[in-house]
Design a protein around this ligand. Sequence first.
Ligand code: SAH
Length: 221
Amino acid sequence: MAETDPCQEEREEMVEFQILARGVRDRRVLAAMRKIPRHLFVPKGYERAAYEDRPLPIGEGQTISQPYIVAVMTEQLDLAPQDRVLEIGTGSGYQAALLAELAGTVISVERLADLADRARENLARAGVAGVRVVVGDGTQGYPPEAPYDAIIVTAASPTIPEPLIDQLAEGGRLIAPVGPRDCQDLIKLVKHEGRVETIPLGGVCFVPLIGQFGWQGDGYP
Ligand code: SAH
């Protein structure tokens, strides 16, 4: 972790007023959000906005999600320390850093190589080890390390990509925004004895998941 942290107090306030106040109670998630230096995951010039109650641009037309949404999605994954987790959409690496704090193995797949490079740098600066960032089409999952106890998709697709459901372990949880291009429903899937239970968690707005089992790439880099 970074030597001295000028933003500890801002992080405490973010957790208290944006996250605890809205009902996120998982103590491990709250502790991880108090610890991970979000300001090291936003572009230069945005550090002061890092703890505000909103998403921020991270380049290439992509965004780092609002802290509260990150907290809800992370809580819903129900992570245990030994879990294997797959993230689709590394972006800044912030969500991946939280996952690494809470689980055993974290693989994060990013479509854009420049963002993947930046995320690796951000993770290193923040002192987070234990995230493997892979460049590729995450709609296909990442078969070499499957199955996963938890899968989190941080970009939105019209339906949940089938390969991700296949790569979920028995008892595994998957969280993904699903629906139209602009705003979607956050969906949680739980796999029990090969069958999948679907739980809707509310409305969200994510950037598109672009790939074979997501949106086609028209107009996107
Ligand atoms: N979790 C990130 C935010 C992700 S924004 C964070 O904590 O900062 C969504 C990301 O998904 C973008 O970086 C985008 O490039 C990526 N993405 C879109 N389609 C993808 C695909 N098929 N596979 C992997 N990444 C994808």
